[in-house]
Design a protein around this ligand. Structure first.
Ligand code: SF4
Length: 92
């Protein structure tokens, strides 16, 4: 078995114990980088994006408070999103 620093780092990297990124992988992206806007685009909004966390109005990938009606360039529609419609009990 070869023992060198290269093999050591390759092994540790394969185990996910060595990162070559200068910032933690869990860090979120700044709004200006993803061109975040507080309005929908082409009918797409954060509330239908798979990255949106409705309980806290946050995003899994973009930092800061997120408007449910906002949008950014990494928008990806949640295939499980279902619009909740409030029925009017007084309708005849
Ligand atoms: S559109 Fe962008 S900011 Fe909005 S939830 Fe999706 S990834 Fe986050």
């Amino acid at each position: 078995m070869k023992s060198s620093r290269r093999y050591f780092f390759r092994y540790m990297s394969a185990l996910g114990l060595v990162s070559f990124f200068p910032v933690p992988i869990s860090a979120k992206t700044a709004k200006n980088i993803v061109k975040y806007q507080s309005t929908p685009k082409d009918g797409n909004a954060c509330k239908t994006c798979m990255h949106f966390i409705p309980e806290t109005n946050e995003c899994k990938t973009v930092e800061g408070s997120i408007d449910p009606n906002g949008w950014c360039i990494i928008y990806f529609r949640d295939p499980h999103y279902k619009e909740v419609k409030v029925e009017d009990d007084n309708a005849t």
